[in-house]
Design a protein around this ligand. Sequence first.
Ligand code: AMP
Length: 283
Amino acid sequence: MVKVLRTVKEIQEFSKAAKDAGKSVGLVPTMGALHEGHLTLMRRARQENDVVIASVFVNPTQFGPNEDFDAYPRRFEEDCKKLETVPVDAVFHPEPKEMYPEGYCTYVNVEGDITKKLCGAQRPGHFRGVATVVTKLMNLSRADRAYFGQKDAQQVVVVKRFVSDLNIPTEVVMVPIVREESGLARSSRNQYLSAEEKEAALVLSRSLQKGKAAFDGGEKGVETLKKIVRDEIGTEPTAVIDYVDIYSFPALLPIAKVEAPALLAIAVKIGKTRLIDNMILGE
Ligand code: AMP
């Protein structure tokens, strides 16, 4: 049985015992509704650390007022069964008021350009919420390593930034995107999709593949590559583009040509569901 830690005191005692015994700690932060993407992060953490702590916390501070905080899938019992298959040693599953009690007023705000583009531009306050909760989780778990998916590539860049800026002694590890056989990137939000929408959502990975194929075929111009991706997304009548962008990776600087690793990132609405996906070109 995976040990369930619900309070700040419980996780602090658990991680102190691990550290006092000289054990390394791996942390995998999630919002639950676990799928193979999450479990791949957990397995990697299992390989590289003596003790693995997962967190399952739908973090209110990273959702905007008109976003899906209330609707976000919560299935903690199923999640625990999945965590046992890894297995992880403990799961931290606090109530929001445990993380943000009465009087709470401290936030981690990454102010550089890296939070002003892509999802940062579309979701004001999102990365402030992410940076705040991840800082707290790193402090609570005393993690030697923390694992994040390339699925949220900008998040990885932002986390690496504040971990470095705030001298947090945790190594940030990025794990590649896990996809369904169809190519669809695994996501807890895929559960919102009807069968037809799931079919329509294949346009995300398909458009990235088209962009990558053009890049591999010699096209280096960012505007041309973006147009190829946009045109492919345009073949799906129900898809609405939030953004199609290319930036250097991991710096996320604007570029005109892809001459070194670059992030091709997209956000697309299928019906009411906003999905993101990306590929790194020129790795
Ligand atoms: P979430 O529960 O959506 O906040 O995701 C928790 C962690 O799992 C984040 O670091 C995500 O980037 C990662 N993750 C989510 N989906 C995938 C995926 N398909 N492949 C790899 N990592 C993922």
